[in-house]
Design a protein around this ligand. Sequence first.
Ligand code: FMN
Ligand code: SF4
Length: 427
Amino acid sequence: MDQILFKHNRPDRVISFDEYCAESGFRALRKALTGMSPEEVQQATIDSGMRGRGGAGFPTGKKWSFVPRDLPGPRYLICNCDEMEPGTYKDRVLLEKNPYLLIEGMALAGYALGVEHAFIFIRRGYELAAENLRRGIVEAERAGFLGRDILNSGFSLSLEVHQSAGRYICGEETALMNALEGRRANPRAKPPFPAVKGLWGQPTVVNNVETLANIPAIIDKGPAWWKSQAATPDAAGTKLFCISGHVSITDCFELPLGMTLGEIIDGPCGGMRNGSNFKACIPGGASTPYFTKEHWNVPMDFDPVAKAGSRLGTGGIVVFDHNTCMVAVTLNLVRFFARESCGWCTPCREGLPLVQHILERIEAGYGEPPDIDILHEHVRHLNHAFCALAPGAMGPVDGLLRHFKDELSEHISGKCCPFRRDTTHTC
Ligand SMILES: Cc1cc2nc3c(=O)[nH]c(=O)nc-3n(C[C@H](O)[C@H](O)[C@H](O)COP(=O)(O)O)c2cc1C
Ligand code: SF4
């Protein structure tokens, strides 16, 4: 496999504009604007099999094809760099090393979609990434890769960096659009979907940083080459996996999509830390149900992970060793989601704090057997909330109930956390 997204990375600094250009940077944009129609760029993206890297894995070219070509008024492209999912830091790493891949990818996507004005919605706190992007946009404008009549093609595109006010819900694409419009960041009802009625009521495509940063390689080297960089024939391309937790090496790695969980942990991560044993992991960011040792050989690709009962999500893998209390892990995650609920609808606003309260009780040794039924009920009900935050919040709870029911019951029957002997009650 060739590196696609990290190919230009310098170990200790961001790549410069001149270095990027010298290493075939903006070649794909030149190729598209001088020899391909917008429809051909879109078709190449469809043919590549690219699925969105922001969490849901929706096919990128297909999403672009939903944008109506005949509606009057502007269309918009938004790059989603909110990245507040715990365990996920790949977009930050990418932009701190190389902002130009995203800028070129957005120019290509803008050309395919007929967009003249695009936004990069970036998490507050990602100061270095935002600074790199602002500088990169000015450099690309000066060199004629952005702005009016790019490379004399008649295509014009301006890019604007917008720093988010900093809430997890701002990453949900419709809440993000409300935030960009200056409104409270509540999700909108779907349909209508953003591709038809999005920012200021106009057709809008929202894509993740990693998704858009892959487009130059798809155009430059062709969709078949890009697809073949995966580990299995069913997968397409590479994936940024950001790893944290109890492994020897924690980092963000670009790996072939479809490597198994075990290959990732024993390979680039150097195995478990200090010879400890693998107990479980969050496979794709905090909103995904746990994997256990039984999932060691599951290919880390969208469909196999879904078939095994979880989601590839963002590729943020958090690994836990045998000394970890999964009730405590779940409580920690639920606390985050309860705090980040936007409060718009009752089941999520009231339900998540209740789930948090129940887990706190169980962890402290005050749990009762009916608590487990209440947790099950909330997993069922919150799956039908207004937006995907609530079902995502219940992902770890669902995983806890499916894979660690004995551990949960042990907390309740023993009246304490078996991993911490200092709780109120003694085991
Ligand atoms: C609560 C919540 C937070 C989200 N945060 C992000 C985010 O930070 N970045 C992102 O790309 N997608 C995020 N998403 C998914 C977006 O709504 C959207 O599906 C994604 O940006 C589409 O990009 P893609 O098709 O390239 O994956 C979030 C979704 C939810 C429900
Ligand atoms: S499910 Fe939660 S985050 Fe989503 S709209 Fe309802 S209250 Fe807001």
